[in-house]
Design a protein around this ligand. Structure first.
Ligand code: FES
Length: 173
C-alpha cells in the first residue's frame, strides 16, 4: 500500500521547518520549569515534528546541561523522534489488552500493507509506522492512533480505511 500525503486534512499535523532561531523561540516561550529537559524536547517536537540532532547543543546551552545529558534523554524515550515523521503517522498499540483481541494480526497487517517496519518512515515520507504500548483505550482494542486521533476496535480493513481517509482525496492508497 502506498500512502499519499494529505493536503489540507485537519488530521495531518503541520510543522514548521527546523531552524535554530525557531527552536530558541520555542524554548524561550516555555515557562520556567523544574526539570525542564523533557518539556523542552516535547515542545520542540510539537513544533518541528521531531527533535533535530542539531538541537542537542542548543538545548544543552540553554538549560546549562551537558550535551550527553540531552542526547541521553533524547535517545532514551521512544516518543521522541530525531528525524521528520511521515505525512501520515500510524501508531499501533502492542499492549497486552490489544494483543489479546487481535492486535498482533493488526500489527502484521500494518507492516505488510504499508511496506514499512515499526519505527520506520517510508522513503517517500508518506507514512511513519510506530508501535506504542497502551494508549489507554484497552476496553475497545485493538487500538490505533492515526495522526494523533485515537480509534478502537480496529482490524485490518478498518486500518486501511483510516489510512485511506487520511489521504487528500480519500482514494484507495
Ligand atoms: S493495551 Fe492497547 S490501549 Fe491499552
Amino acid at each position: 500500500m502506498t500512502v499519499k500525503p494529505p493536503a489540507d486534512r485537519d488530521l495531518a499535523p503541520r510543522y514548521v521547518p527546523w531552524s535554530e532561531e525557531a527552536a530558541l523561540a520555542v524554548m524561550r516561550a516555555l515557562p520556567a520549569l523544574r526539570g525542564p529537559l523533557l518539556p523542552v524536547l516535547h515542545a520542540l517536537q510539537e513544533s518541528f515534528g521531531y527533535v533535530d540532532p542539531k538541537a542537542v547543543a542548543l538545548v544543552a546551552h540553554e538549560l546549562n546541561l551537558s550535551r550527553a545529558d540531552v542526547h541521553g534523554v533524547l535517545t532514551f524515550y521512544s516518543d521522541l523522534r530525531t528525524s521528520p515523521p511521515g505525512e501520515v503517522r500510524v501508531q499501533v498499540c502492542r499492549g497486552e489488552a490489544c494483543q489479546s483481541v487481535g492486535g498482533h494480526a493488526l500489527a502484521e497487517h500494518a507492516v505488510s500493507s504499508l511496506s514499512v517496519g515499526f519505527g520506520e518512515t517510508a522513503a517517500d515520507g508518506s507514512v511513519t509506522l510506530e508501535e506504542v504500548f497502551c494508549l489507554g483505550n484497552c476496553a475497545v482494542g485493538p487500538t490505533v492512533r492515526v495522526n494523533g486521533r485515537l480509534h478502537g476496535r480496529v482490524h485490518a480493513a478498518g486500518l486501511d480505511r483510516l489510512i485511506r481517509d487520511s489521504t487528500p482525496s480519500g482514494e484507495p492508497a
